[in-house]
Structure formats: C-alpha cells, structure tokens
Design a binder for this molecule. Structure first.
Ligand code: ADP
Ligand code: MG
Length: 753
C-alpha cells in the first residue's frame, strides 16, 4: 500500500543565540488519504514544527519525507513552492487572511497564484464559499467577518486550491467551543475526500470526529492511535493530471498587477502612507535637483561690468548677421518663432539708452544758482534703471487706446488714465557709454497710444530709436568751424552725436549754446581762447562722416546755429535731409529677449543655426567672479548633493522598514504558494505604482506653484529641461527600486526562512 506522505527519521533543529533546540527527534509516520489526523501535545512539543515540515513551510535537517512514494531530497526551492501551492491547503489559528481584501478576493488571490485567470478564480470561488456557507458575504471585507466565519473562509480558500492535503494548525484555537465544533465538523467533511492533519489543544472537542490521534512530547511521538475502523482505500491515482505549472510570464505579471492594485485599493491608509512617503522623496528630490541645476551655471557669482552693454539684463541677446547685413521684418518674424524668445527689438542700441520721464522719480532739476560757475539750469538723474525700447517689440494688439508710434515724436506707454492720450511728455536721455557721463538729450513726445498691460516701459518709434543711436553704427559727426576763406582753413573741430532737429532746413545744423570750444592757435600767431561760443557761432562750417563702405569721408558744408538749449555739449542737430544724406537708415543689430537666462545657450544655438551671430550681453559684461558668491554656490551644490544622498539612504532604510507593514500579507501570499520571485516582484509593482503617482503629483504641484508665481519654483522649472526631467525620474525610479530591493533582500532572508 502506497502512503500519501511518509516521514522517515525526521529531525529538526532550531539554532538560536541561546543554543540549539531539537524540535523534532527522529519522527517516523505515514499518512493516507481520507484520514483526519489530530496532533496533540503540550506547548513546545513540536506540533507546529511537524506540521510545517509536512506542508513544506519549513525544511528538516535529517531524515527523509516521501510524497506519494517520491523522496523529496531532490526538491529545489521551485519544487517546494509548487508543492505548497498545489498539494497543500493551509488553515491557521489566526486565519492568515488578507484582512483588507474582500472575502471573494481572498480566495481569488490563492487561485490566481495557482495560475487561474481572474474570471475562472471567481467562478470557482463562489462554489467554495457556498460550501462553507459564506456566499452572501462574498463582497464583505475579510476583516469584518466573525472569527468562525474567518476560519470558514480560510478553509474555503484552502479547499478552492483543490489540494490533496489540508493542514490546520490549531484552527479552533481562537474560537468559542460551539464555533470550534462547527469548524471541526467542516474539516471532517473535507476529510471524506482528502487527508486532513490538524494540530489541536482541545482533543475532547475533536475526538468524536478524528480517525487518528498522534501525541507528541518533546519532539517525539509518544502515542499514535488510529481510532476509527476507517477502511484505508488505497486508490493510487494514475499519473494525476498535470496541473498547470507556474503561470507564464505575461500571466504572472497580470496577476501581480492585480495584487498590487488590490493592495492599493483595499488599504487606503497604508497606500496613503506609502504615497506620502514617496511624494516627500519626489518633492525633496525635485527641489534639490533643481537647486543643483540652478547652480549649474554660475550666473549668480558673476560681477557685471557695464562698459560694453550698459543695460544689465541677463535675458538679452544681441544678434546680427556676420556680414552686418540689414535685419528686417522677415528676420524679426523668424527670430520670434524660436522657442523661449519673448520679444525682439530691431534696434539693439536703444536698449542701452537710459530715459527719464518722471520728475522727482527719474530726474530732478538743478538750478544754476546752486551750481558754482554754471550759468544754466541743468537736470540730474536719480536712477539709471530705465532703458528705452522700440515699439517693434509690441503691436497694436498690446494697446487699449490710440495707435502705435508713427512719427519720431510719438510714444506709447501705460497709464490708467485715458486722458493721458495725446498729452505731451518731456523725456531725457543719457547714454554714459556713448555720450559720456552727465551728457543728455531731451525732447518732447506725444502719447500716441496706451498699453493694456501695466508697465513702466515706454516704447519709442523705430525711427526715433534709429536716429538717437545712429552714431553707434554711422560714427560720430565731425564738425569743422571757424572758417578762414582766405586760406580755406577750418580752425576748430568737434566730434558730436547727430540727431534730427525737426525745424531745421537744408544744410542747417545746431549745436548747444553751452558748447565749450577748445583753445585754438591762430594763423597770425598767438591763440584764441574761445570760451564763449558766441565768438564762433553762428557761422559757417563743415560736417564730415566717415563712410566705411566707400572708405572715404562724406563732407557737407553747413550753416551753424547754436541755440540748442540743453546741457548736451556733445549733441548736434541736423536737418532731416542732411541727416539722411549722412546716414542710411538700416537696422543691423537686434536685441532678442528670452524667457530666462537658463535658455541662453539653447536660443543662441538656434540663432546660429539660422545664420546669425548672437551673444548674451550679460555674459559679455560679466566676466569676473565675486568670490563670496562662488563659495556660496559651491556650498549650495554641496548641500544639495548631501541632501540627495541622504534622501536616498533615508528612503532605503525608512522606506524599506515601512514596507515591513506588508510582511504579514506577504506571509499569507507565501503560504498560498506564491513564489519568492513573484513576491519580490509584487513589491516593485506596488511601489512602482505609488512612485508613478507621487511623480505625477509632484510634477503637477510644481507646475502649479510655478504658474502661481512662486519664484524659486519658476527658476527651477526654467532649468528643468528634458535631461533634468529624465534625471529626476531616474533618481526617483532608482531609489524606489533600491528601496524595494533592500526590502526584498530581507524578505528572502527572514520571512521566507
Ligand atoms: P508547538 O507548536 O508544539 O507549541 P513548536 O513546534 O512551535 O511547538 O516548537 C517546538 C520547539 O521548537 C519549541 O521548543 C520551540 O521553542 C522551538 N522553536 C520553534 N520555532 C522556532 C524558531 N523559529 N526558532 C527557534 N526555536 C523554535
Ligand atoms: Mg504551535
């Protein structure tokens, strides 16, 4: 007769710090089908150990166990997993249910681990729930069942797997006697078809039902009595239908996804805990990676020198063609199309010219009697922080009233008072790099349009901008004066910056009546100190401009007047026609403003691809370092790195110990026969889902904060390009994976032992 299970000289030792315990001593016994065996004995006598060995939950140290005549010594881990999964159904004292799953899902999970599809598992589950009388509780949470119901469920789950053996470790231990008896009766019924081995404390309760009693004492069998006259039918099952092997890869992932999802949905609080934890990691890593990015370039550590470009603005690029070809409206459109370009001003130079509009705020008058030796009132500039811009950067749609500047004396600006339209404003200009400090030019403008958006910026007509800065590309005007017709010689010479005097005609020019004229030798010997310009002006003269294209001086005879009433000793007004004879109107250099300094290299790269030369005006100006700030930057980078590494370690340790909350679930999955591999992978699936969620929330949150105008986040977002995003995702993905890996290593070592 072939027994189902045979134990031969089985011994089991436990090793602990306090020494070696021998839990089983050379146990010999056989079990047949349709037995209902009760194992009794005092606490610590080795009952559980015996049961665990029979069920493959624990390994033995000595002896041999045969299953259906087949020795198990050649079983590897895989075989044991299969053994537990397919042959054995477990019933525990504490039920080992997944409390947060529904009654049905508890059964479904066990069946899915066996390789059934979810549908099949559900169909089968219903049958077994019916058998144990729990059908109407299918959708209830397992944790809400009464103790007796829980044990029924655990029996139904064990049965649903259709194993050959049911092992039950004190299944009635937590139940009152009446429910206990019901459970024993249920197991009795089960034993009509299967081998049932039950550990019990309470033999009296089981006595009427069991067919055999084995008593253990101190790891040895002291009694093994078969009670009933049960006929042991030896019905060798012919090569039993090969059950499905471990589910295929695709099916397995599908199953794990099911578990991962179930775990997430049925354990709200725990899911929330994991999510918040990973969210914290994602947010902190976002900020500190961002901090690294922010400090990747050394903008904040530079000192700006305004000799080249007076206007300190790190978002400005200066753009032109290598051959200084004209930049036209077509170019404007093209450049505006580049990503991260905010606005384009065809007239680059005007962007370095200061303007002063509001008396008391931008400038104040200084009266001559306050200035020693001066005869004329003058103005003094308070802040040199406003820079002119041409109206090429805006269009009619930016206006709420009026029109774009059409002539040189028209401007647009913002005002909340509609009455400001068509009023006149006097505006002063200075450009210390060009005209020298203290020099200025002023003019009265008409407000042609009002801007919609509140800004301090005033926009001037391109013509005006061109005119005011023409010296920058045409060169200054040389004015020769004090003419001796006898020998046709000019005695005086001034270099002046040209603008148009609207009221001048023909060859008229005008210089300041405050013009100081240098000492000059006279032909007849001696010298003339022309301290007062009425000695020279008005008079005849000649203006010359160097024409670089023709490589010659362009000279024109002029009539000089000297009633230009400002302090700008260096400005010369020319009639419009004269101006155009000397200067051809073209824009050959544009200012391009980008959304953020972080995008500088990208935009320059794009511009180069289109054939332009481009430089960042900030980079040209900021060539030296402020060492304090360099140190600060290094410290910030150091801190960010330390934080990122700490977060990683923190996640590895705290995260993986948080995962220990799942240990009990894992033990249950394990006893249902889930392989260690699957169990470990389940961790990745579940945490992966939390991680994705955390990343999505962090992303949304940061974009939201950025949009809401939180400065730091905006800065960081500007620096997060696709590479940054990939690094951010990798950091989170990897650290999550390491955390799960770390936890899994522990699982393999401990939980599964
Ligand atoms: P029972 O179930 O009959 O109460 P067990 O089979 O649980 O007894 O334990 C038998 C003996 O083995 C006891 O002395 C117990 O202390 C010891 N033992 C059981 N499990 C372990 C373990 N994991 N590590 C160390 N000793 C153990
Ligand atoms: Mg026990």
């Amino acid at each position: 007769m072939l027994f189902m299970i045979v134990l031969q000289n089985i011994s089991k030792y436990y090793y602990s710090e306090s020494g070696v315990t021998q839990a089983l001593r050379k146990i010999n016994m056989e079990f047949s089908e349709r037995e209902f065996v009760a194992i009794t004995g005092e606490s610590g006598s080795g009952k559980s150990t015996l049961l665990n060995i029979i069920s493959g939950l624990d390994v033995f140290d000595d002896g041999e166990m045969y299953f259906r005549g087949e020795p198990t010594f050649q079983y590897d881990d895989r075989d044991w997993e299969r053994y537990r999964r397919d042959r054995i159904g477990f019933v525990f004292q504490d039920y080992n249910l997944i409390g947060h799953y529904s009654v049905m899902d508890n059964i479904v999970s066990a069946l899915m681990i066996q390789g059934l599809s979810r549908k099949q598992a559900q169909r089968k589950g219903i049958d077994y729930l019916e058998q144990v009388g729990l059908k109407e509780y299918a959708e209830q949470r397992a944790s809400q069942l009464s103790s007796g119901q829980k044990q029924r469920l655990s029996i139904a789950r064990a049965l649903a797997k259709e194993p050959e053996v049911i092992v039950a470790d004190e299944p009635t231990g937590n139940l009152d006697s009446e429910t206990g008896i019901q459970i024993v009766q249920l197991l009795k019924k089960v034993s009509e078809e299967k081998l049932v081995i039950m550990v019990t404390h309470n033999y009296e309760q089981a006595e009427p039902y069991v067919t055999r009693r084995i008593r253990l004492h101190d790891g040895e069998v002291v009694n093994d009595i078969s009670e009933g006259t049960e006929e042991q039918k030896n019905q060798e099952e012919a090569a039993e239908a090969d059950r499905e092997k471990e589910p295929g890869e695709g099916k397995r992932n599908h199953m794990l996804l099911f578990f991962a999802w179930k775990n997430i949905c049925t354990q709200r609080a725990r899911s929330l805990l994991y999510c918040s934890f990973l969210l914290l990691v994602a947010a902190v890593s976002f900020l500190f990676l961002g901090e690294l990015y922010l400090n990747k370039d050394d903008r904040f550590t530079r000192k700006y020198n305004n000799e080249a470009y007076y206007h300190k603005d790190d978002t400005r690029l200066s753009v032109r063609y290598p051959d200084k070809r004209e930049i036209n409206e077509e170019d404007l459109k093209q450049i505006k199309g580049i990503k991260y370009v905010k606005k384009v001003d065809l007239c680059d130079y005007i962007n370095d010219v200061n303007y002063y509009m509001e008396e008391g705020k931008d400038y104040e008058f200084v009266y001559a009697d306050q200035i020693e030796g001066e005869e004329q009132d003058t103005v003094s500039f308070l802040e040199e922080d406003k820079f002119a811009m041409s109206s090429a950067v805006i269009d009619q749609s930016d206006l709420k009233a009026g029109h774009m500047p059409e002539s040189r004396n028209e401007i647009v600006l913002y005002s909340d008072n509609e009455k400001d339209l068509d009023t006149e404003k006097t505006i002063y200009f200075s450009n210390p790099n060009l005209w020298g400090g203290g020099q200025y030019y002023y003019r009265t403008f008409t407000v042609a349009g009002l801007l919609k958006e509140k800004t301090e910026q005033v926009y001037f007509s391109p013509d005006y901008c061109y005119m005011l800065t023409s010296a920058l590309w045409g060169g200054s005007v040389q004015l020769d004066f004090f003419y001796d017709p006898m020998i046709q010689v000019y005695y005086g010479e001034l270099n002046l910056f040209p603008v148009i005097g609207e009221d001048l005609q023909g060859n008229e020019v005008r210089v300041s009546d405050n013009q100081s004229v240098p000492y000059m030798p006279l032909p007849q010997g001696g010298g003339l100190k022309l301290g007062k310009n009425e000695d020279v002006f008005p008079g005849q003269g000649r203006v010359s401009v160097f024409d670089s294209q023709k490589d010659e001086m362009n000279q024109i005879e002029v009539e000089i007047t000297s009633d230009l009433s400002d302090n700008s000793g260096q400005i010369i007004e020319l009639s419009e026609s004269l101006f155009h004879k000397l200067f051809q109107e073209k824009y050959d250099q544009a200012s391009v403003y980008i959304t953020d300094y972080a995008k500088t290299d990208k935009v320059i790269h794009e511009l180069n691809k289109m054939g332009y030369d481009a430089i960042s005006t900030f980079q040209v100006g900021a060539t030296t370092y402020v060492w304090d700030k360099v140190m600060q930057r290094l410290v910030t980078i150091g801190i960010a790195l330390v934080v990122l590494i700490s977060v990683f370690i923190f996640q590895l340790l705290l995260g993986s110990s948080l995962m220990k909350l799942k240990k009990n679930d894992y033990r249950v999955f394990r006893s249902m026969g889930m392989s260690v591999g699957s169990l470990c992978r389940l961790g990745y699936f579940e945490m992966g889902i939390y991680c994705l969620f955390a990343l999505a929330v962090t992303g949304g949150l940061m974009l939201g904060l950025g949009a809401a105008g939180v400065g730091l986040i905006q800065d960081i977002l500007n620096y997060y390009d696709w590479k940054g995003t990939v690094i951010f995702l990798l950091y989170n993905g990897l650290s999550m994976a390491c955390m799960v890996g770390f936890f899994n290593r522990n699982i393999r070592r401990k939980v599964m032992a």
